[in-house]
Ligand binder design. Sequence first.
Ligand SMILES: Cc1cc2nc3c(=O)[nH]c(=O)nc-3n(C[C@H](O)[C@H](O)[C@H](O)COP(=O)(O)OP(=O)(O)OC[C@H]3O[C@@H](n4cnc5c(N)ncnc54)[C@H](O)[C@@H]3O)c2cc1C
Length: 455
Amino acid sequence: MSGTSRPAEQVDLLVVGGGMAGLTAAARATRAGVRVLVVDIAPQVGGTARYAGVAWSAPTREVIDRAIPNSVPELRHVVVDDLAEGLAWIRSVGVELGDPMDVLDFGRGHRFDTNHYLDACVRIVEDGGGQVWTGTEVVALVQDGPASGPVEGPAPVRGALLRRQDGSDLQVEAPWVLLSTGGFQGDPDLRAAYVHPHARDIQVRSNPFSAGAGYRLGRAAGAGVVGDDAGFYGHLVPAGVPFAGPEDFLPLSLMYSEHGLLFNLRGERFTDESAGDHLSTMALLEQPEARGLLIADARVHRDWVTKAYVAGSVSLDRFALASRRGARAGVADEVDELAFLPEEWGYPGEAIAAAVQDHNRRLRAGERVVPDRARDRTPLVEGPYYVLECAPAITFPFHGLRIDTSARVLDPAGRAVPGLLCAGADSGGVYHRAYAGGLANALTFAGRAVRTVLA
Ligand SMILES: Cc1cc2nc3c(=O)[nH]c(=O)nc-3n(C[C@H](O)[C@H](O)[C@H](O)COP(=O)(O)OP(=O)(O)OC[C@H]3O[C@@H](n4cnc5c(N)ncnc54)[C@H](O)[C@@H]3O)c2cc1C
C-alpha cells in the first residue's frame, strides 16, 4: 500500500459518493444528529445530478407496475410511495419546486435547481459538524470476520480504508457505510459484461467518475446483484460525435426519435419508436454494430426536432447541430431519394426507401405496422426528410447491487450485509428495461437509508 497511514477517524455514517443519493442521505442524517463523512472521488461533489432538473416518477403503484412490470415490485413502489416526502425534504432545505408537470406519458414531477439543492445539502452537513471530502477514493471496505451464530451470514462492514488526494491512507470506522457512487457506466468492462457486449464502445452520458466503485466494493463485501438483462437509462445521440463535455448531453440527445423511424444496418425497423427515445436506445444497442438511421419528415422536424423535450428545457434544432458536429446526416426532398444513401454508411438505401413508403401506406390504410406504433401513427409524408445516423449513449445501468426496501445491501441469499447500505444508480432491481426517474430513485432510497441508520 502506498502513502502514509493516519490514525482512524470515527463517524456514524460514511457516505461513498456525494451525488443525489449521497448528499441527500448525508444532509438528512446530519439534520437528525448523525455524524457524517461524505467522500467523493471527483474534485467537486454533485455527480450527474448537477445536469438533471426534474424530480419525477409514476404517480401511483398501479402506474409504475404497468410501466415497469419486470423490476422488483417492492423496490419500485418505494420510489412512488416516498416521492412526495422526498419533495417535501427538498423544499425544507430552501429549494423551490416548480409547478407539477408531466414527464414521458405516465410520470409526474417537479423541476428544481439541482445545483442549488446539492450545495444546500453540503452546507447542512458542514454546518452540522459533518465533513465532505473530495478527491478521496475508497480503497476497500473494512469488515469483521464472517458473522457466526446459528446461521452464518455476511461479515459486518465496519468502515473503509480511504486514500486522500495527497496519497495518504486513512481508516474510517463507521457502523454504517452508504454506497452511492452513481453506477458503473464509466467502466467499459462492466458495461460489456452486465449491459450488453456492444455497450463496451458506447458513449457515457453522465459524470465520468461513476465507474463501478460502489458495485465492486459491494460485491467484495458479499453483496448479491440483481438485474440481468435489465438494460439501462440513456438516449440516442448522433453516431460518431463525441461529447465535448456535459454541456453536450442535452443538445445531442435525440429525443425526437419517438416521432421518427429507426432502421438498423439491415434496413429493418426493430422497435416501436413511439414508445420512447430511452427505450429505443436500449433496442438499438442490440442491433448490428449498435448504430442506426433515424428518419424524420418536415412535420417531425417542425413539431419535435426543434422542440424542448420537457417544458422549460433546452429548445434547438438538434438535427442541424448534429450535422454541424460532423454526424452522418442528410436531407432528402422525397422518400425515393433515400435509396441513394452514401454507400460508405453501409445501409441498404433502396430497402429503407421502400420500407418508409410501405409504412406510410399501411398507416394511411389503418393497417398494422411491424413493429407496431402505439403512439404517433402519423405517416412521414411531408418532405423534406431528415436522415441522421445515431447510436446509444448510457447514463446509468439498471443492473446493480441487491438491496431491500430499507436500502440495506443483501447477499445472494437475501441476507443483509450488516452495516452496508446502497442508494441511487449503484443499486439494481428498481428499474428493468424501463425507467421512471433517476433523481427520484436516489432521493427516496437515500431517505430509506437514513431511516435505517436512525432505527
Ligand atoms: C443530462 C442529464 C439530465 C438528467 N435529467 C434528469 C432529470 O431531469 N430527472 C431525473 O430523474 N434524472 C435525470 N438524470 C439522471 C440523474 O441525474 C441520475 O439518475 C442521478 O443523478 C443518479 O444519482 P446518484 O446519486 O446515483 O449518482 P450521481 O448523482 O451521479 O452521484 C454519484 C457520485 O458518486 C461519485 N463517485 C463515483 N465514484 C466514486 C468513488 N470511487 N468514490 C467516491 N465517490 C465516487 C461521483 O463523483 C458522484 O459525485 C439526468 C442525467 C443526465 C446525464
